[in-house]
Design a protein around this ligand. Structure first.
Ligand SMILES: CC(C)(COP(=O)(O)OP(=O)(O)OC[C@H]1O[C@@H](n2cnc3c(N)ncnc32)[C@H](O)[C@@H]1OP(=O)(O)O)[C@@H](O)C(=O)NCCC(=O)NCCS
Length: 181
């Protein structure tokens, strides 16, 4: 794997028309959004606000990418991180693979690509994620990937899921050991 391109998917920064196109489609798909609290409806005004906050000009504490299948350039989901704090070097991960594209290994590959960027280029030290307690599929995926279940993260990330979620964490050292940088 090199840069933001893997074997079957690559990560792409969205254009403004992707927001009203693919991203709106992804967030309004009931099956895709079931494990993350339900659909998210975005009118044109919210789409513009989102694009300004995340992409152009964006914000130093976050990055967002579409996960695109290499074979035919079809987007299959999204991968991002947010709430990066320079002092601690910690950010929170987020991702969705569209329900109809699940089980093909896209999430695992996109996670590796995003973390390679985060640890190798962006300068992050630790990635955490707050996964819903009932979202067993995602919990298993992160643990299998190399993340550790660490409830103590909830104590420092109180503005997020707090204690009521399954916190996982992975630091740069362990990622490098497992996957190289
Ligand atoms: C979690 C999610 C991203 C996985 O996407 P995916 O593309 O299907 O995942 P992959 O195909 O890369 O599989 C990764 C692992 O997920 C698990 N998994 C995948 N499909 C599964 C299924 N149908 N049933 C149970 N577990 C499954 C497996 O552990 C798999 O690893 P393995 O095949 O090597 O054993 C996807 O289900 C999703 O978008 N869920 C809603 C959003 C979410 O939960 N995000 C994570 C929290 S930020």
């Amino acid at each position: 794997m090199s840069g933001l391109r893997g074997k079957t998917v690559y990560l792409k920064t969205p254009h403004q028309n992707d927001v009203s196109g693919y991203i709106r489609h992804l967030w309004s798909d009931e099956e895709t959004m079931r494990d993350v609290g339900g659909t998210h409806v975005m009118d044109d005004e919210r789409a513009l606000r989102w694009f300004t906050a995340w992409i152009e000009p964006g914000n130093d504490d976050r990055r967002y990418f579409l996960v695109v299948r290499k074979e035919d350039d079809v987007p299959v989901g999204e991968a991002c991180f947010r709430s990066y704090v320079k002092n601690t070097g910690i950010a929170t991960y987020g991702m969705k693979v569209e329900a109809k594209h699940r089980g093909n290994g896209y999430a695992r590959e996109a996670l590796e690509l995003l973390l390679r960027f985060y640890f190798g280029t962006f300068g992050g030290q630790t990635m955490v994620d707050d996964i819903a307690l009932e979202n067993i599929r995602a919990q298993k995926m992160f643990i299998k990937f190399g993340f550790e279940h660490d409830p103590s993260v909830g104590k420092i990330m109180t503005s997020m899921g707090g204690d009521n979620v399954f916190w996982v964490r992975l630091n740069k050292g362990k990622f490098t050991q497992l996957y190289g940088l």
